[in-house]
Design a protein around this ligand. Structure first.
Ligand SMILES: O=P(O)(O)O[C@@H]1C[C@H](O)[C@@H](CO)O1
Ligand code: HPA
Length: 271
């Protein structure tokens, strides 16, 4: 149904579907119309695939991704990554919303993901469990360099250029299954474990992407401060998460669009 053969996949997190707005020649498909594709069940995830071009790079945007808490298996959650690998994607740019564990972070910060902690993976909820399909990758993939150093460096440069270096951070993202937000004791544990932010997504997709040799960049928008203190009165909710995503969507879209065109100029992604 499309003649586009994207080289870049952008996965849009909660409230970040607008990231596709920077693309030209758009062609949109609803997940529900694609055979065997999961559908989005969460507010802030439109459930559309948008094909388009940025400069001369063919891209596909997933407006909405899938979560364990929706009842999907990790095989279903990561299914699109494998599809796009087969279609010819070489680079995956994942975005999501997360809560800050690092007390120095502020709401609205954009965290470049340097590394992650796969907490569900520790408990056996891992997308690579089961027979290994050698066509995609090896049985025991290395995960110590999941997030491309080149792309992280480029993100800092682009961030400086568009004047948002004040709210760019770099850190460790921890995935929990959700759907509840963390208890204070859990948040304190995550701080001790070395997490800078916590969320409910993208680690399975990144793991599968790395397994099949894709280059990965992860950007996590800090939408709330996670309570580490019993005396703190504020309570996090999804509406607040979506409100902050909306507030930063435009700048993130600018960043993502520039990153993709710079990648092409510097031939970082599509070699
Ligand atoms: O971008 P994601 O989907 O990771 O966003 C977070 C996790 C939950 O889906 C939701 C909670 O507000 O936001
Ligand atoms: O505080 C949070 N915890 C888990 N997931 C999240 N997604 C956005 N904020 C949060």
């Amino acid at each position: 149904h499309t003649s586009q053969r994207p080289k870049v996949l952008v996965i849009c997190g909660s409230g970040l579907g607008l990231l596709a707005d920077g693309a030209a020649n758009k062609q949109t498909f609803r997940y529900q119309d694609i055979p065997n594709f999961p559908v989005s069940t969460v507010e802030g995830h439109e459930g559309c695939l948008v094909f388009g071009t940025i400069e001369n790079t063919s891209c596909v945007f997933m407006q909405g991704h899938f979560h364990l808490y929706e009842g999907y298996s990790l095989c279903q959650v990561t299914f699109p990554v494998r599809i796009f690998k087969l279609i010819g994607v070489e680079t995956v740019l994942v975005t999501n919303a997360s809560g800050a564990i690092c007390p120095d972070f502020k709401v609205g910060d954009i965290m470049i993901i340097k590394d992650h902690i796969n907490l569900p993976g520790f408990a056996g909820q891992h997308p690579l469990c089961g027979p290994n399909d050698e066509r995609f990758g090896i049985r025991f993939p290395c995960m110590s360099d999941a997030y491309s150093k080149d792309l992280r460096r480029l993100t800092w440069d682009v961030g400086n250029e568009i004047g948002c270096s004040d709210f760019i951070r770099e850190g460790v993202y921890c995935m929990v299954s959700g759907p509840n937000f963390e208890t204070i004791a859990e948040a304190r544990m995550l701080l001790i474990l070395g997490c800078d932010s916590v969320g409910m997504s993208i680690v399975p997709e990144v793991t599968v992407a790395k397994h099949c040799g894709l280059r990965v960049l992860g950007l996590s928008l800090i939408t709330n401060m996670v309570s580490l203190d019993y005396s703190r009165e504020e309570k996090v909710n999804h509406e607040e998460v979506l409100q902050i995503s909306k507030m930063r969507a435009e700048v993130l879209q600018k960043m993502v669009t520039m990153l993709i065109s710079r990648c092409q100029q510097q031939s970082i992604n599509t070699h």
